[in-house]
Design a protein around this ligand. Sequence first.
Ligand SMILES: [Zn+2]
Length: 231
Amino acid sequence: MPENNSVENGRCDNINPCGYCQATKSLRLYPTQSIFGDNFRINRYLSCNAVFPAPRPTPKQLEIAYDDSYYGQGQQKFTTYIETVLDWFRQGRARRVGRYVKPPVKVLDIGCGNWLHLDPPRHLFFIGAADLISKMKDFGFVLAKQRHLSLEQNPFGFQQSLLNCVLSKRDVLFESLKNNDTYTKQHSRFSILLQKLFYVVTFGLFVLLAAIEASLKKGGTIEMIFKKQNS
Ligand SMILES: [Zn+2]
């Protein structure tokens, strides 16, 4: 299949059938690049509004994206300090889910090992809130709770995105927090130090921005809790 079959004023692609609706026609939104240097476009299917990286990442690209450097060394992905903070967020998620289930239960946190929003080529589908609620209803689930403020994801997402705009490689700060020296070695220790200082010094400002975003229901992360109907 041709990879780039342009239609509609050259702004649409006709590739990669959607995993949900099987449609192929999608609108090009903007170009992006993975940390491995592969180029993608971010497209939106015209039929169902799902957003995805096009062309779809190959099995080889995904294999590289999930190599040992993704998971980190040993039991921990990040430094102990960051893992402690992340554990606090994970426990918060478990507590929120726990309000909707009867004890004794165990909550299993699956998926999304990264902070990062777009994170090409790892994130394959992005579905809008209204579309997800509608799709879940088809499966018999109703929305019980919705949050737009994620202090775990959104302030850092702002900060890393800004750094990506000015640095030659994306996600250098994030990879440095994972001690991924192979990826960050092109950046001097001084550059990494400056990025970490930027992260710490401006964090409060981006918390404020994230709170404003959340009040407008425009945050980069939406947390939803669904309940099975009649359960
Ligand atoms: Zn679709």
